[in-house]
Design a protein around this ligand. Sequence first.
Ligand code: GKR
Ligand code: MG
Length: 404
Amino acid sequence: MIIRDLAVTPIAFRDAPLLNAAGLHEPLALRTIVQLVVDGGVVGIGEGRGGTAVAARLEAVRDAVVGKNIFDLAGIERAVVERLGGGQDTSIVFSAIDVACHDAQGKVLGIPVVELLGGRARDAVPYSAYLFYKLAGHLGVEPDAWGEALDPAGIVRQARALIDRYGFESIKLKAGVFPPEQEVAAVRALAEAFPGYPLRIDPNGAWTVDTARRVAHELCDVLEYFEDPVLTIDGMAEVRARTGLPLATNMCVVAFEDIAEAVRKDAVQIILGDHHYWGGLRHTRELGAICSTFGIGLSMHSNSHLGVSLAAMTHVAAATPSLTFACDTHYPWNRDDDVIAPGAIEIVDGAVAVPTSPGLGVELDHDALERQHRVYLESALRERDDAGYMRRHDPGFVARLPRW
Ligand code: GKR
Ligand code: MG
């Protein structure tokens, strides 16, 4: 089953004015859709990070990938690394191709991707309600239907809306936006409004060790885990030593070579894997095995994404026994502009049922793909710039970490 072509389609889709430590989400978010055309009319699809740089790197590896067999993932990875060099930018490119290869493999064999990854550890994958501080609407336009969330009452309202619609059973708050006391108050309000729900807070390294220690003291009775309170492995090790709270990261352990130091220093008790960064589905399964070896928990990070990624995340999470936490997803924020045919994948009772049809179990809606590609072409947006957009809202904003 030889790859005959690789089509790369950069897309843009609507996003809400969500706040984080780096700034403010722009009106459009970016992704890249890849289609691998294989012998016999099979087309494997993948979704990866957006922006011109990623699309250009994918274009740059096309001739290295064309002619390879979809089952030769190691050979395809070697060819991509030879062309681009190692490192995370290359992992990002390979992972989109890896997902498309898995989709094609499943279609050829008539089995879902989860079976290719070793079989299901679960039939449905739980996701968490991913809350953000949020402006009422994008700059210069009318408020949107989500409403404003700038204080504890707004955050509880947002949680209620997400839980009512999707049935989520755990909650994550993106923090690092307001002074920590305000964010502690928001988590306390969530604990009161949703008793017994596992809660997480993630300020993306916006706090010093002292601030993190203070927040840990205030929230230790309600947090399931504390995500990236500080930036570095050493900082995380210090917070862990001083608080005993389980710490999670998608910022200081982002590749296999970071794991040894984190283990040695007991800096991280949960790694947030993400196949888009960790080199695809197979390597994410391997991450699960390494985490189990060292007694580290595994959860899943997300970024603004659409349904091809949600399907891939669901298959790999279902095939990874050690992934025992509800995964993050931005899907509720972005799904209105999805490029997959509707009906194949849905969050119900806080979880996504693992698709049972061949491959990823989702198909591209080619009209929708063309529509979102046009949105990309007609927009000036080529790379994500949360800080730049934030400065249009607050000219004094400096994306400095740690901030408090
Ligand atoms: O979408 O603003 C966001 C998030 O902050 C995202 O960019 C992070 O990568 O969700 C992510 C995280 O957990 O750090
Ligand atoms: Mg995070």
